[in-house]
Ligand binder design. Structure first.
Ligand code: FES
Length: 267
C-alpha cells in the first residue's frame, strides 16, 4: 500500500520519488501549472503550481511528496496569487486572444479562465517583439512567450538539437533561437520535433494550418482546463523528477545553478 498525503483534505497516494503535482495529477486532482509537463523534468519557474505544505509555500512541481504532508492548493489566498502571476504574464507579453490562432487551445488563456481572471489589472508593457516567419513550415511569435522553457527542454532533451534557449536576465529574459542569424530557418528544427508540439501558448505555430478547427470547438472551449487532468497525466508517462536533490525534499531542476548537490549538467 502506498503512502499518502492530504491535498485540500483529500487523501492522495504517491509512489516514492513522485512530486506533489505528479501524485495529485495521477489521482485526478488539478493543481494549476504552466511550466510543468509530465514528460519533462520540472523547471520550477512559473510558480503557478505553488501550494502550501504544512503552512509553507512551495512549488508543487519541484517538491517531492512525503507521507503525512498537509497540502493546501485550492484556497482563496493561493488562487489570488496565481491570478496575479497570470495577469503579470498577460501584460508582460502581447496576448491578444481574440485574434490568436491558439485561442481555445492555449493553457495560459484556459488557466486565466480557471482562476477567474477578469482583467489584466496591471499596465501593459506592449514589448516590441518581431515574429520570425523565416522557417518554411513554422512561425515563431515571441509576443506570446511565457518563458516556460518547454520548447527548450523538448529540443534539448528529446530532439537533441538545442534549437531554443532562454537568454537575458530578469525582465529582459527572452526566448532565443540558437543560430547566428537567430532565425528558425537557419536551424534544423523540423515538424516531427517534440519542440514543435509542446508550446502551451501561441509561440510555435505550424504554417498553413491556422484556424483549421473553428473557435468554439477547441480543447478548452469544450471542457475547462481542470477537467483535463487525467489526460494530461497518464502516470506511466510521467518523467521521474530528474535533477539534484536540494536536501529538503525539493528537486533541483536539471541545469539549475542553485542546487548544492548537483553539477551544472544536472548530475
Ligand atoms: Fe511548478 Fe511552473 S508548474 S513552477
Amino acid at each position: 500500500m502506498s503512502d499518502t498525503f492530504t491535498l485540500d483534505g483529500r487523501e492522495i497516494p504517491f509512489e516514492p520519488g513522485q512530486t506533489i503535482i505528479q501524485a495529485a495529477q495521477a489521482a485526478g486532482a488539478y493543481i494549476p501549472h504552466l511550466c510543468y509537463h509530465p514528460e519533462f523534468a520540472p523547471h520550477g519557474s512559473c510558480k503557478l503550481c505553488t501550494v502550501k505544505v504544512d503552512g509553507r509555500q512551495i512549488a508543487s512541481c519541484t517538491m517531492r511528496a512525503a507521507a503525512g504532508m498537509t497540502v493546501e492548493s485550492d484556497t482563496e489566498e493561493l488562487n489570488a496569487e496565481r491570478r496575479s502571476l497570470t495577469q503579470m504574464l498577460f501584460v508582460e507579453g502581447n496576448h491578444f486572444c481574440p485574434s490568436c490562432e491558439k485561442s481555445g487551445d492555449c493553457q495560459l488563456q484556459a488557466t486565466a479562465y480557471h482562476l477567474g481572471m477578469m482583467t489584466p489589472h496591471y499596465d501593459h508593457f506592449f514589448p516590441n517583439r518581431p515574429v520570425d516567419a523565416s522557417h518554411p513550415d513554422f512561425l515563431l511569435d515571441f509576443n506570446r512567450c511565457i518563458l516556460c522553457s518547454l520548447c527548450v527542454r523538448a529540443s534539448r532533451d528529446v530532439d537533441g538539437k538545442n534549437v531554443f534557449a532562454l537568454g537575458g536576465r530578469g525582465i529582459k529574459t527572452h526566448l532565443l533561437v540558437d543560430a547566428e542569424s537567430h532565425q528558425l530557418a537557419d536551424t534544423d528544427f523540423a515538424s516531427g520535433d517534440k519542440a514543435a508540439e509542446v508550446c502551451p501558448v501561441g509561440v510555435i505555430l505550424p504554417k498553413r494550418k491556422g484556424f483549421a478547427v473553428p473557435y468554439g470547438q477547441r480543447t478548452f472551449d469544450t471542457k475547462p482546463i481542470a477537467d483535463y487532468v487525467d489526460v494530461h497525466l497518464d502516470s506511466a508517462r510521467q518523467t521521474p523528477p530528474a535533477g539534484g536533490d536540494a536536501g529538503d525534499g525539493r528537486v533541483c531542476p536539471p541545469y539549475s545553478r542553485n542546487c548544492a548537490t548537483q553539477d551544472r549538467e544536472g548530475n
